[in-house]
Write a protein that binds this ligand. Structure first.
Ligand code: BGP
Length: 470
């Protein structure tokens, strides 16, 4: 659809940016924090670990000041469960509470709306040792943690995200890593974990509405539209399979409280379906989100399976390298889209497509909680970082976002990844996403100085003009 006029970004649009605790904070074992599964994982050789990260734990005031200077209206960050309840259940660590209280106060003082992710890949290691998400007790442990968050921060935080990219954790467990000495769980085990996370999420959404009068809560999945490779009807069925298994299987449960029927048939046929206990479906039905958050990076292009081993993609460890599965679908190349240096598809129009599909399917406001380009940024003389490719990437995505708004999609805000440079989930510090450069290398921590990139100034102007000057 080509419009004669595009709609403006809404006045209340949440212009934001994102990070997550383990990728930005550092201080991995300070002030009573216990290790999470992330802290206990092997890191790919040659890449930084998360122990110091961007040292935000010690520099959050300076960082928030920079966020305010950039004009951010919202900041999406995650709270580390391991700082709040180091043993996973029971005793509360007041030092952890204080850190997030101070951070939230600092944001509010600077007119920045805090958007809190409750769980971003970092399960307390003590719970992992008891079976992690495969153990049903973890549902109650999560609910106990959620209760503490709502009690302590509920009067100040309006927007909550339950679990970040549950579909990444289930479909690409290798991207998050596994604690040293353990192997990747089987698919059957992963779908059991998935069911437990879905129950925890539904109970948490209900609890949020009971405890926080103004609270708004939603899931934050990695959601992307797909294209079928050709007009071959078999490609169309395969692409539909992919979409149902990768996206709707997670979102349908989160929003409608039911498993996606196509994905469920696949799970049953492959003997992967989780055991549903009495009362589970009711729990899922009673958890209702107020909005849907999406992390969007790439689209997939899908062809019919050849039903042999060649269906399975080689780079299964990466969350945006689309997977194939024998007898279900295979991923193919799309000649109409670009790619980042790391092989992630760049497809701004795909964002519009994704927003249209999600809105039409669920009719809930949408918050974009991640989108961005990872690149090996270079710090030039006189503290300059010329990240024109980032400006180009975000500009094109915002143009499509505006078209989606014109299409009638209710988009609440845009929080690109990332507010400041952070450690990549599995590709170290060389792969940067931030508007603010952090002066450190993979292993040389240098002075961790903060430097505004070119994109910082550009995004500031976008915000100040409420998106009218992209
Ligand atoms: C998402 C994660 C983020 C972040 C981002 C970029 O899947 O939610 O935590 O890491 O991807 O990914 P990467 O760091 O692997 O480039």
């Amino acid at each position: 659809m080509i419009y004669t006029n595009t709609k403006d970004f809404p006045k209340s649009f949440l212009w934001g940016a994102s990070t997550s605790a383990y990728q930005v904070e550092g201080a991995w074992n300070e002030d009573g924090k216990s290790p999470s599964i992330i802290d206990m994982c092997n890191h790919p050789e040659g890449t930084a670990d998360f122990k110091i990260a961007s040292d935000h734990y010690h520099r959050y005031k300076e960082d928030v000041k920079l966020f305010a200077e950039m004009g951010l209206k919202a900041y999406r960050f995650s709270i580390a469960w391991t700082r709040i309840i180091p043993y996973g259940v029971g005793e509360i660590n007041e030092k952890g509470i204080n850190f997030y209280n101070d951070l939230i106060d600092e944001l509010i003082k600077n007119n920045i709306e805090p958007i809190v992710t409750m769980y971003h890949f970092d399960l307390p290691y003590v719970l992992e040792q008891k079976g992690g998400w495969g153990n049903r007790d973890t549902i109650n442990a999560f609910l106990g943690y959620a209760k503490v968050l709502f009690e302590r921060f509920g009067s100040k935080v309006k927007y909550w995200l339950t679990i970040n990219e549950q579909n990444t954790m289930i479909l690409h467990p290798g991207a998050i890593g596994t604690p040293k000495g353990s192997t990747l769980p089987s698919k059957k085990e992963l779908y059991k974990q998935n069911h437990h996370m879905l129950l925890a999420q539904a109970l948490t959404m209900k609890l949020c509405h009971e405890m926080c009068a103004n609270g708004k809560i939603g899931p934050a999945l990695n959601t992307t539209a797909m294209y079928q490779d050709t007009s071959n009807p078999d490609d169309a069925i395969a692409a539909h399979n992919w979409e149902s298994i990768r996206c709707w299987n997670f979102l349908d449960v989160a929003v409608k409280g039911v498993y996606n029927p196509l994905a469920w048939s696949y799970l049953v046929d492959r003997k992967l379906a989780p055991t549903i206990q009495d009362g589970d479906m009711e729990i899922l039905k009673n958890g209702k989100p107020d909005f849907v958050a999406i992390n969007y990076y790439s689209t997939a292009t899908i062809a019919a399976s050849k039903n042999d081993a060649s269906d399975v993609s080689a780079r299964a460890g990466d969350q945006q390298i689309m997977l194939g599965e024998q007898g279900v679908y295979r991923a193919t190349e799309n000649p109409y889209v670009g790619k980042t240096k790391y092989g992630w598809v760049v497809d701004p129009v795909g964002l519009r497509m994704t927003l249209r599909k999600v809105y039409e399917r669920y009719n809930l406001p949408i918050l974009i909680t991640e989108n961005g380009i990872g690149a090996p940024d270079v710090l030039e003389e006189d503290d300059i970082v010329n990240d024109d490719y980032r400006i180009e990437y975000i500009k094109k995505h915002l143009e499509q976002l505006q078209l989606a708004i014109t299409d009638g999609v209710d988009v609440m805000g845009y929080c690109p990844w990332s507010a400041i440079d952070v450690v990549s989930t599995h590709q170290g510090y060389g792969k940067r996403y931030g508007f603010i450069y952090v002066d450190r290398d993979e292993f040389d921590l240098k002075d961790l100085r903060r430097i505004k990139k070119k994109s910082f100034y550009w995004y500031k102007n976008v915000i100040v003009t409420n998106g009218s000057d992209l």
